[in-house]
Design a protein around this ligand. Sequence first.
Ligand SMILES: [Zn+2]
Length: 247
Amino acid sequence: MNLCDAHCHLANLSEVMPIATLLDKAVEAGITHFLSSALTKKELEFYPQLMNMNSAKILYSAGIHPNFESCNLTFEDIKELCADHKIWAIGEIGLDRGNPEYALMKEIFVRQLDLALEYRLPVVLHIVGHQSEAFEIMRSFPLRYLIHGYAGKIENLRQFLRLDSYFTISERILREDKADVLREMLKSRRFLFETDITQYYVKDGEENPLLRLKSLVEAVAQRYHIDQDILIRIQAINYQRLTGLTI
Ligand SMILES: [Zn+2]
C-alpha cells in the first residue's frame, strides 16, 4: 500500500530543488500522494504545472497563514480558488502565538472558516499556542479539520478529538516529552503523516527530503510496536475521509 505526505510545501521546495525528479523518486519509494500547501501567489502559479510534470498524485490547499511573513495571499485569492474548485482544502490557516496582532489574526482565521463552510471544504490548521481559543472558534463551525504538525498539550488534543479533526504526525512529535500526545493520536486512529518540507528545512547534502516520510513511518511503527501496514492502511482511510479520493 502507498503512503501520502499529508502536509508539505512542494512549490516552495521547487525553488531550490529539482522537484519533478524528487517526486518521481518518492513515487518509486512508495510515497505516491501529496497534500501540499501554497502560501504565496508565486507558489500558486506553479501548482497546475507541478501536478502534470511527474507521476505523483498532488492536491493542494491555500490559505492566509497566521505567522508567515512571505504569505501574500489575499482573501479574494482564496475565494477565487474555492469558486474555481482548484483547492482541496483551505489552509494552512489558524492561530500562532508568534503573531502579536491577535484580534486581526483571529478575524482572518474566522473569515476563512466562513469561506470553508460556504464551499464545504476541509480546513488545514496551523495552531501554535492559543489552543483553547482555536478550539472555541472551531467548535462553532461544522467543518472537517486536518491539524498539521500538532505538538501541543494532550488535554487540547482530546478537545480537538471531540470535533471532526484529523492530525498529521511529524518528526517533531517523536520527542520523548511528546510521547503521550503521539500515543493518543495513534489510539484515536485519526492520523496521517507529514514532512512539512519547505526549502528552509532541507539539510546540507540531503538528496531527497521527501523520503523522510518513510523513515518517520518506520520510526513510529518501531517505537510503538505497530505493524507498518496497519499505520499505512489507517492513513489511507483518513486520506479518503478528508479528500473523498482513494490512495
Ligand atoms: Zn506547513
